[in-house]
Design a protein around this ligand. Structure first.
Ligand code: FE2
Length: 360
C-alpha cells in the first residue's frame, strides 16, 4: 500500500466561510480554491486554504438534513477526511477493501480542463474517512469542480508552518489495539516503537497511545485511548464532546518554532500555558539545544529528548467551543517521538505550583 503522503485534511464545520477566515487570519493560511453555489455546487460550500505543504479544506452544508450539517451537529467542527496522496487511488482502495476496510466511496475519476484526479474513500475510526487521491499530474488549483481563489491579503508575515507531521485519533477505552490492527492490516503500517515509561506516562497523562507509520515515515497516526490516571482522562472529555472517536489534533511542522509561535500569538492563536516550574527542570532533562531557553520559557514552548535527538512543541487551545480538535506546532531536531517526556514534566510542574499554593 504505497502512500505518497498527506494530500489534504477536510474539516466539516458549521460555517465554512468564517472557519476559512480563522485559518487564514489566525494560522496564516492562504486561500487557494473554492467550490459552492457560484461554481454550480448546490448543497455545500468548500474553501481550500494552504500553507507550504499543508492543505486544509473547510466545508459546510447549505441545507438542513445534509450529512455535512448533521456531522457538524453531532461532532461540532472537526476533521472529516484525512486524505492521502497515492500513486493509484483505485489500487489503494481495492487493496484496502480486500484487507477489511469499509468502503465509503468507490473509485471515481473527476476531470476538468486541467486534467483528471481519481478519488476513492474508506472509513476509519468514528465518522472519519480516508480518501485516496490519485492526482496523475493534475494541474488545477485543487480538484476538478473547484475554482482558483486568491486570498484578498498577503501572507508575508505568516508563521511558516511547513507540513503535517502527524494526526492523532482518539478512540474509546479498549479499542486502541483494534485500530492499531486496522492500520497494520489495511495500510501495512507498523507500530513505531519509541521509548517512554508507559506506566509513568499513563499515570500523568491518563492516556495510552500507539503510533502507526507507513514505510517511508511520512504519514504518522498516533492512536489514543483513555486510561486511569491522576485525573479524568482528556481523552474521555474528547469522546464525550465529540460523541465518539475522532481526530484529536493535527501537528504542523515548523523549522523556526520561536518565530512561528510569536507570529501565531500575534495573529490571535491561543496556546496552552505551562507553569514556570516546568522550565526549572527542563534544561537538565533535555540537555543542549540550539534555541534560547529564555525564548522557550517566554513563549511556553515545551522540549523533549529521545534517543535520536530533541523536539520542541506547543499545543493550541481547542479550535472551537467543544473541547475536541486542536493543533500542535512541532520542530524536530532528530527526535522521532511525540513528546511523551512532557506529560510527566508538565504534571509535576503543575503539582509543584499547586504545592506552593498549599493545595496539594
Ligand atoms: Fe502530537
Amino acid at each position: 500500500m504505497p502512500l505518497d503522503g498527506w494530500d489534504h485534511v477536510e474539516l466539516w464545520v458549521g460555517n465554512a466561510k468564517q472557519a476559512a477566515y480563522y485559518y487564514e487570519h489566525a494560522f496564516g493560511f492562504r486561500r487557494t480554491a473554492y467550490a459552492g453555489p457560484e461554481t454550480g455546487v448546490r448543497d455545500r460550500a468548500s474553501y481550500v486554504v494552504e500553507q507550504n505543504d499543508i492543505r486544509l479544506v473547510l466545508t459546510s452544508a447549505l441545507h438542513p438534513g445534509h450529512e455535512i450539517g448533521e456531522h457538524a451537529n453531532k461532532h461540532g467542527d472537526g476533521v472529516k477526511d484525512i486524505a492521502l496522496r497515492v500513486p493509484d487511488a483505485r489500487h489503494a482502495y481495492e487493496e484496502a477493501v480486500k484487507r477489511g476496510a469499509r468502503s465509503v466511496r468507490e473509485p471515481e475519476v473527476v476531470e476538468d480542463d486541467f486534467g483528471q484526479v481519481e478519488l476513492a474513500t474508506i472509513a476509519t475510526y468514528g465518522d472519519v474517512v480516508h480518501t485516496f487521491v490519485g492526482r496523475n499530474g493534475y494541474e488545477g488549483a485543487y480538484l476538478p469542480g473547484y475554482i482558483a481563489k486568491e486570498s484578498a491579503f498577503g501572507t508575508d508575515d505568516g508563521p511558516g508552518l511547513l507540513a503535517i507531521d502527524h494526526i492523532v485519533g482518539n478512540v474509546e477505552l479498549g479499542h486502541m489495539n483494534e485500530w492499531v490492527s486496522f492500520y497494520e492490516q489495511v495500510f501495512g503500517m507498523t507500530e513505531m516503537i519509541h521509548f517512554s515509561d508507559d506506566d509513568i506516562s499513563t499515570e500523568y497523562s491518563a492516556l495510552m497511545s500507539k503510533v502507526m507509520t507507513d514505510g517511508n515515515g511520512k504519514v504518522k497516526f498516533p492512536i489514543n485511548e483513555p486510561a486511569e490516571g491522576k485525573r479524568k482522562s482528556q481523552i474521555d472529555e474528547y469522546l464525550d464532546f465529540n460523541h465518539g472517536p475522532g481526530a484529536q489534533h493535527v501537528a504542523l511542522q515548523s523549522s523556526n518554532i520561536v518565530r512561528a509561535v510569536e507570529t501565531l500569538q500575534r495573529r490571535g492563536v491561543i496556546f496552552l500555558s505551562t507553569p514556570d516550574a516546568y522550565y526549572e527542570e527542563t534544561p537538565d532533562r533535555v540537555g543542549e539545544i540550539a534555541e534560547s531557553w529564555d525564548d522557550l520559557k517566554r513563549l511556553r514552548i515545551l522540549a523533549d529528548r529521545d534517543d535520536d535527538g530533541y523536539l520542541l512543541q506547543i499545543f493550541t487551545q481547542t479550535a472551537q467551543d467543544r473541547p475536541t480538535l486542536f493543533f500542535e506546532v512541532i520542530e524536530r531536531h532528530g527526535a522521532r517521538g511525540f513528546g511523551d517526556g512532557n506529560f510527566k514534566a508538565l504534571f509535576e510542574a503543575i503539582e509543584r505550583e499547586q504545592a506552593l499554593r498549599g493545595n496539594l
